[in-house]
Design a protein around this ligand. Sequence first.
Ligand code: ZN
Length: 273
Amino acid sequence: MRIKKLTERVKCITANNPGIMTGPGTNTYLIGKNNITVIDPGPASAEHVDDILVACDGRLKQILVTHTHMDHSPGAKLLNEVTSAPVMGMTSTYKKNQDQSFRPDKTLLDKDQIKETEYTITTVHTPGHASNHLCFFLEEDKLIFTGDHIMNGSTVVIIPPDGNMRDYLSSLKSIKKLDLQFIAPGHGALMENPNKAIDWIIEHRLSREAKVIEALSMLSKANLDDLVKIVYRDVNQNLYTIAKYSLEAHLIKLECEGIVQYEKTDNTYIWLD
Ligand SMILES: [Zn+2]
C-alpha cells in the first residue's frame, strides 16, 4: 500500500492506476483520526478499496468525491457497500466519460460544510475540468484538495462541453481568494506555494490563448487540425488528440467573448476582426 502522511490530519493513498491522464495514479485522501473523511476513493479497484478500508480501520465517516470521472469516483460505491458511509458530491448532467454508478446520498453545493470535532471541510464549486467539479478546503491545515482542477506535474485537460475554459479560469481565481498553504492534487505530490502555482496555471492558459488568437487572426479561418499544429507546436504530436480538446475549449471561450465565430457547416472557426 502506498500510504503517506502529509499533515497531522491528512494521509494519502495513491491508487495503482498510473497513466498519461492520471500521472502516478489517483490520490485518495484520508482526513482525521477518529472520524475519517475520504476524498476521491478512486477507480473501481478492489485492491485500492481494501487499502482504504485497512487505513480507515472502522472509522470511516463519509466519502467525498471531487467529480465523477472514472479514475475518481467509482470506488465510492464499493466503499459504501462495505461501510454504509454516506457518499457526497455532485452528479453530472453529462453522460460521456462519467461514472454512471455515482449516486450521492448527499448533494454538495458551493460553501457547504462538513464539521467534525477535529476539522472543518468547506466545499468550493469549481467548474472547468468538469461542470460538477468540487474542491474541498480543510481550514485547519489551510489545505485545498483540488481533484483534477489542479494537478501536479501536468496540465489539466478541458473537454467541452462538460469542460469549460472560461469557468476553469474563474474557478482558479475563486480558489486564490482562500487563505492557502498547500494544494493536495488528485494526481501528483502535495504542492506548496499555492498562489504561485495558481498564477502559473492562469498565465500558462492565457499564453496559450494568445497563441490561438495569433494563429486564427493570421489564418482568418481554420479548423482544429490546422490550428493544433500551430498553437501546440511545442507539444509532441502524439498528444494532439488531447490538445485539440483544450484548443476547442479556448475557442469556445473566445466565441463567448465575441472574438471568434464557429461555422458549423464546415467545422471551422472564423476570426472576427
Ligand atoms: Zn477528471
